[in-house]
Design a protein around this ligand. Structure first.
Ligand code: DLL
Length: 423
């Protein structure tokens, strides 16, 4: 599609979605009314600048279904993503939303060179996380064979890859490296398998990591980006030119802003990515601040696609960490610690990568009155905190208890996170 045609389509869709949320989501109607805006004020895609931003905090404040536009009877699935504390973000999808999602995902697989002849293993987690089911529906929509391997049981997965002649693999880049290592330990070589395409995302990764995965697994590794609030995997994807990820901008309109001034920054400048969903029915969002920092690129790609591309994610404008593909906010850990009487409100998160898998250690001070020489009592305390953390974060953390007063008290911003992963 030419740029003019795309902008015209986006303008029409934007008007429609603004009208839709105005009439179906009190949160947006109030915001627009406060700003003196009516849906008919939005005529072209350039008018998007008039609209209010939406933040993760707005989703939290309206937990669970406050921003949902479609009636519950139209919602066919929900997914969830972590919030900064307690409440996750709930995202409801209508039947049509699932159709758009699996179409975008099929577009992405096509760009990687996947066809109906391929067998594709999905090793993102299946569940509330959007990775597993999102990628799975795309594989089926394309007509390739889906193998819902999910995460864990890596040796069995290696055997499936070899025995079923699996040609495509979707997982986090760190899991791809772990898989490569397991394969090597099992004595399975690149020549024993037929993998040729990898769809890697859900966490930041580098060009060096791409080279390493490609050479160890013998495949072409492509970036896959997305977020649950907007849809899930496939908001953007690389093509075989590997020069930026094409955004499905007929469904998700991108902007790039300065996170401090909220003003747009010029193309090619690093800023915070903002998305407006143009066709979503379940939970449409206007100008959602992703907190992901990257650049946008215009201009036709060598592959012939005209869609705007985004560069790699370079960081975040908040403190969210991604550990084993799961979003973790230090504030979630803090609220667990503060709700447990045995611990001081002094803690540190240490993240390491061991055998290509992320390990989270939470170091926390034990109050003097709970200090004991009895090892079983200490072990029980560690277990208690570890279990609480697991239920809130959805990942296991090793707990390290420290005597009261051990952690350095800072004068200014405390250093709560020590990330030893080389990214
Ligand atoms: O991670 C959706 C997804 C699943 C994308 C599978 C790709 C593959 P959330 O759990 O909501 O959704 O986390 C979204 O993860 O805002 C980014 O910070 C980060 N992220 C996702 N993809 C990439 C990527 C899924 N390719 C958050 N590179 C986003 C870097 C990524 N960061």
């Amino acid at each position: 599609m030419s740029r003019d045609e795309m902008r015209e389509l986006q303008g029409r869709r934007l008007h429609k979605v603004v009208d839709y949320v105005y009439h179906n989501v009190p949160f947006y109607r109030n915001k627009l009314q406060q700003m003196g805006l009516e849906p008919d004020d939005i005529k072209t895609i350039d008018d998007i600048r008039l609209l209010p931003f939406t933040t993760k905090q707005d989703l939290r404040d309206n937990y669970p279904y406050g921003l949902q536009a479609a009636p519950q009877s139209e919602i066919v699935r929900v997914h969830a993503s972590s919030g900064t504390t307690g409440n996750p973000t709930i995202v409801g999808y209508t039947h049509k939303d699932i159709g758009v999602w699996s179409e975008c995902m099929a577009r992405c697989l096509t760009a990687y060179g996947i066809t109906r002849a391929d067998t594709f293993s999905v090793a993102y987690g299946y569940g509330l996380f959007t990775g597993g089911l999102g990628a799975h529906y795309g594989v089926e929509n394309l007509g390739a064979t889906a193998v819902p391997a999910s995460t864990g049981n890596t040796e069995k997965h290696v055997r499936l890859i070899r025995d079923l002649g699996i040609t495509g693999l979707a997982c986090t880049p760190s899991y791809a490296l772990h898989l490569a290592e397991t394969m090597e330990k099992m004595g399975v070589t690149k020549d024993d398998i037929r993998l040729r395409v990898g769809a890697f995302g859900a966490e930041p990764w580098t060009e060096d990591m791409r080279c390493e995965i490609e050479s160890r697994l013998g495949l072409q590794g492509y970036n896959l980006y997305g977020l649950s609030e907007i849809m899930g995997p496939c908001v953007s994807y690389e093509c075989q030119c590997k020069h930026g990820s094409h955004i499905c901008e007929d469904h998700f309109f991108p902007e790039i802003i300065n996170p401090d001034t909220l003003e747009p920054v010029p193309m090619g400048t690093v800023g915070e990515l903002v998305f407006t969903t143009l066709t979503k029915e379940g939970m449409p969002l206007l100008r959602y601040r992703t907190r992901d920092l990257c650049t946008l690129m215009e201009g036709e790609c060598e592959c012939g696609r005209t869609a705007v591309r985004m560069g790699r994610i370079l960081g975040r404008s908040d403190d969210m960490l991604i550990i084993r593909g799961i979003n973790v906010f230090p504030s979630q850990v803090e609220s667990v610690i503060l709700s447990t009487e045995e611990f001081e409100p002094h803690y540190q998160l240490v993240i390491d990568r061991v055998d290509n898998l992320d390990r989270l250690t939470v170091r926390v001070e034990l109050r003097n009155e709970f200090m004991t020489d009895l090892l079983p009592d200490l072990a029980a305390l560690e277990r208690k905190l570890s279990e609480k953390l697991k239920s809130v974060l959805s990942i296991r953390a090793k707990v390290q208890l420290l005597p009261q007063g051990t952690l350095e008290r800072s004068q200014g911003k405390s250093k709560r996170v020590i990330d030893n992963r080389k990214l």
